[in-house]
Design a protein around this ligand. Structure first.
Ligand SMILES: Nc1ncnc2c1ncn2[C@@H]1O[C@H](COP(=O)(O)OP(=O)(O)OP(=O)(O)O)[C@@H](O)[C@H]1O
Ligand SMILES: [Mg+2]
Length: 187
């Protein structure tokens, strides 16, 4: 699936990103959202940059993952704008050049747009295998009544598979948005 994702041409990526952005703009959850976590696309991931630009234009705040120091796979979210100073992390992925202290925990966000390698219609997701999102979202997912960010996976339509086997630590998505449309997770 990753090879397939990397084989998407730049012009196809561009069109997919525009369609994705339109499909997110249609969602009710987007209009009420003030703090959005997204990511900087790599490895052929569908690109949420347009939706981040649109969010910033509408006065929303955008954040992208920043690796947290330590042995455990953990991410926090650093403020991101078109003027952010960036650096490469240990995986060669760009992140904003910000202090750990200025980063926020996922629980502070209203909506998190997650990258993924494959998804199914139950909201199960396979990531890149690091457990970064699963581990970092475990605390928010376990809270039943507290303020919780909505978790939406972003993908190219071809990343949808029939059924994925979820591990006990996998954090389910509330829905998935692709270049084709929106899928609310079915239980
Ligand atoms: N809450 C957690 N605490 C500690 N380790 C975790 C937690 N969640 C996942 N892991 C570890 O992360 C490893 C990778 O998990 P998994 O294969 O589900 O990654 P992934 O979902 O593809 O990656 P990501 O979450 O970064 O998108 C697993 O071996 C698991 O032990
Ligand atoms: Mg997982």
């Amino acid at each position: 699936m990753r090879a397939l994702r990397r084989s998407v041409t730049p012009s196809e990526q561009h069109l997919a990103a525009i369609s994705l952005s339109r499909n997110i703009l249609k969602l009710q959850v987007f209009s009420g959202t003030r703090k959005i976590g997204a990511y900087l696309a790599s490895d052929g991931e569908i690109d949420p940059l347009y939706i981040m630009i649109e969010s910033i234009n509408r006065g929303k705040k955008c954040y992208v993952p920043v690796l947290a120091p330590g042995q455990k796979p953990r991410i926090r979210f650093g403020s991101f704008s078109m003027r952010s100073e960036m650096c490469f992390n240990q995986f060669g992925i760009l992140e904003p050049f910000v202090s750990q202290r200025s980063c926020v925990e996922p629980s502070k966000l209203d909506l998190i747009l997650l990258p993924l390698v494959a998804f199914d219609l139950t909201g199960c997701r396979i990531g890149m295998g690091g457990g970064y999102y699963d581990a970092s979202l475990a605390a928010v997912a376990s809270r039943k009544y507290w303020h919780k960010p909505r978790l939406l996976g972003l993908a190219h339509e071809f990343q949808r598979v029939e059924k994925l086997a979820a591990d006990e630590w996998d954090i389910p998505l509330d829905g998935i948005v692709t270049n084709r449309g929106f899928y609310e997770a079915k239980s």
